[in-house]
Design a protein around this ligand. Structure first.
Ligand code: SF4
Length: 394
């Protein structure tokens, strides 16, 4: 449960109080107090579901498994990480894991081929990690990280509570842990290991930027190997950014617009989307799945009851396969929200509704070209239904 007493004082003042108050506490106690101390405020955990993440996730699940956990899917991660995220979330019963991704428009504009990491890792991390996380964290007063002092020179003086640019509090309950403490905790609590640890990856990030580490090497030596880069830009040291420009919310392209029979609205879905391949068997509080227009709906057979929202991509205005897919999903018994996304225009709104879609997601550019009244003119979609017209009920 989040603390309900409002905190007062600047971030710097509260950091001072908190570090004094909990200086001699153990990691679990720091985490427990942080979740309940009014000087901390509204809080989320950020987890990479990497080599050591399961420790903090387990501690959180014991105290309060409903605290939001933000997982940044850079869309460059190892398949093993995506599978591990699902496995750990389910095993620990975490109810609010939110998958955070870069806005598709940002990726299309800056990294359309997915090769930016080869020429400019700072820019790639900025688009795929820093800006999406910054946007996700804008709703929170504080966030919990798994960073530890032993992880390198940039983290050697880490405190339990850090001042993040006078904007937020960063909490590092494991700051003083050693590698042995991590190992002992995982073994003693019989927690699942990330499968790549056994293959020589003691620190795991994106697949293109993570390599195996030889015995005796620094555990983080495989991250951005041979590059002058230690941090992705998410983390700051002593209030100063380590690499890359400070992201701003303005860096993020405008949000897409959701069209329903009630008109235009912002997209309130904040839980992220998974694919049929990464869809787990349950455990997350809210589940949304992205489907290509040519997907076989059978891939979701037996799993539809656990899905809250399915979003079908329309790659072009002329591609009608998404309408057929929607009908088939409804015939299979899907009762959740069904959303058409992409190249759908106002003239196709009635068709989308008849096919079973509840809503359409359109780009800011299309929303400007085809404003709300053009869509609402088709909102009485049943009047466009030829069967109703034949029956005289329209
Ligand atoms: S770690 Fe590599 S692939 Fe991942 S966001 Fe950063 S530069 Fe891109």
């Amino acid at each position: 449960m989040q603390p309900n007493t409002l905190h007062t004082g600047s971030v710097a003042e509260r950091i001072g109080f908190l570090n004094d108050r909990y200086r001699n506490h153990a990691a679990q106690a720091v985490l427990e107090h942080a979740l309940n101390d009014s000087d901390v405020g509204n809080i989320a955990m950020v987890s990479s579901f990497g080599a050591e993440s399961v420790v903090l996730l387990h501690m959180l699940s014991v105290i309060d498994r409903n605290i939001p956990v933000l997982f940044i899917d850079t869309q460059m991660l190892f398949e093993e990480t995506l599978a591990y995220q699902t496995e750990v979330s389910q095993k620990l019963g975490l109810t609010d894991v939110r998958v955070i991704r870069a806005a598709p428009a940002a990726v299309a504009a800056h990294d359309p081929d997915g090769l930016l990491h080869k020429s400019d890792t700072d820019a790639c991390c900025n688009i795929r990690k820093v800006v999406p996380l910054e946007n996700a964290l804008s709703k929170f007063d504080a966030w919990i990280t798994g960073r530890k002092r032993f992880q390198g020179s940039t983290r050697a003086a880490l405190d339990f509570f850090e001042n993040e640019e006078d904007r937020r509090i960063k909490i590092n309950p494991l700051a003083h842990w050693t590698p042995q403490d991590v190992q002992d905790y995982i073994i003693n609590n019989r927690l699942p290991r990330h499968p790549l640890v056994a293959q020589g990856y003691p620190s795991i990030g994106c697949a293109p930027c993570t390599s195996r580490v030889a015995p005796g090497e620094d555990p983080r030596a495989g991250r951005w190997r041979d590059q002058d880069k230690e941090e992705c830009g998410i983390h700051f040291v002593n209030g100063k950014i380590v690499r890359g420009p400070l992201p701003t919310v303005e860096d993020e392209p405008e949000m897409n617009t959701i069209v329903t029979d009630a008109g235009f609205a912002a997209d309130e879905w904040t839980h992220g989307f998974v694919t049929p391949d990464t869809l787990g068997g349950g455990g997350a509080a809210a589940v949304a799945v992205d489907l290509a227009s040519d997907a076989d709906p059978a891939v979701l057979a037996g799993r539809l009851d656990g899905i809250d929202l399915i979003r079908v991509d329309f790659p072009s205005f002329a591609d009608g396969r998404g309408f057929t897919l929607a009908r088939r999903l409804r015939l299979m018994g899907f009762n959740g929200r069904l959303r058409a996304k992409g190249h759908v225009i106002a003239d196709q709104y009635a068709m989308a509704r008849r096919s079973g879609f509840d809503e359409v997601e359109i780009s800011p550019e299309l929303a400007k070209r085809q404003p709300q009244d053009q869509w609402l003119a088709r909102a009485n979609w049943q009047s466009h239904d030829y069967l109703n017209r034949l029956r005289g009920t329209a």
